[in-house]
Design a protein around this ligand. Structure first.
Ligand SMILES: Nc1ncnc2c1ncn2[C@@H]1O[C@H](COP(=O)(O)OP(=O)(O)OP(=O)(O)O)[C@@H](O)[C@H]1O
Length: 259
């Protein structure tokens, strides 16, 4: 039994990929990817352009069934559990895709309230309290709630998107290139925010990044994709010691990650 209610699943990894194969048409992207991400850890997936990082994230969040293999979240087989269990599993995820992807026609308030309203569980007073709490968590002010996405700086868009991803208090936060488009200062401050929130709220993070500085600041585990395979998985310090050419190039010149 691998259902979301399985008592044996309580200590299962947040994410477990088992022999995942992926393809688009005849183009095979992954050839037997197996990876476990333990709860409360921060896993960074890195790899060259087109190596299949985003495809792997889409599979983890229930958007794309793998061609072969299993994707388990918290012990439950995401693509084989019944629909209501799958919906319950997906409510345990917060997702922040590249570029933030806010609804441009909705205010900051309505963007953050969106996943809360969708559930139809909360009355407007509770939604208001939760939206203000999430805004505070991402270090924005209550008056920012009335702004439209077009009125926000790039850093604020990221923060609002993060607040929306945190709205349902996820157990797993999935981030695709969280710092893309930010200048180095804003990037550092956004990474610091994610780190503080993760330490306070104890969610698991899986992120794709090209940014070695973000990786060094956040990741407890690194998984490196190349040629359809995971060529290294481990702590940042251990992966960095690999002599794989992509890994050597990725870390070249970067300061040693803090254990
Ligand atoms: N919907 C799709 N249909 C066909 N091919 C696709 C589709 N999505 C992605 N691909 C191809 O699959 C490969 C892997 O794409 P993916 O976006 O997962 O890679 P990535 O490692 O995230 O790349 P990048 O770092 O450039 O964002 C690429 O060659 C891409 O062109």
């Amino acid at each position: 039994m691998t259902g979301a209610c399985d008592p044996h699943a309580t200590m299962a990894p947040a994410v477990a990929l088992d022999q995942v194969w992926s393809r688009y048409g005849r183009h095979v992207i992954h050839q037997g990817i197996s990876l476990e991400v333990q709860r409360r850890s921060v896993c960074a997936i890195v790899g060259g352009s087109g190596s299949g990082k985003t495809t792997l994230l889409r599979q983890m969040v229930g958007l794309l069934p793998p061609w072969q293999g299993q994707v388990r979240l918290f012990g439950a087989d995401l693509y084989r559990v019944p629909g209501d269990e799958r919906r319950a599993l997906k409510r345990r995820l917060g997702v922040l895709f590249q570029h933030g992807a806010l609804f441009s026609a909705l205010s900051v308030y309505d963007n953050i309230a969106f996943p809360l309203r969708e559930l139809k569980w909360f009355d407007p007073d509770l939604i208001r309290a939760l939206v203000l709490q999430k805004l505070a968590q991402v270090e924005l002010e209550p008056h920012h709630a009335h702004l439209m996405p077009a009125e926000l700086s790039g850093g604020m868009v990221k923060r609002v998107a993060l607040a929306r991803a945190l709205a349902l208090e996820p157990d797993l936060l999935v981030l695709d290139e969280p710092t893309s488009g930010l200048d180095p200062d804003r990037s550092r401050s956004f990474v610091h925010l994610i780190r503080c929130l993760q330490e306070a709220l104890h969610f698991t993070v899986v992120m794709v990044t090209h940014d070695v500085e973000s990786l060094s600041a956040l990741a407890t585990q690194v998984a490196v994709l190349a040629d359809g395979h995971l060529v290294a998985v481990g702590s940042p310090e251990a992966v960095r010691r690999s002599d794989h050419p992509f890994i050597q190039a990725f870390f070249a010149g970067a300061p040693a990650p803090q254990p």
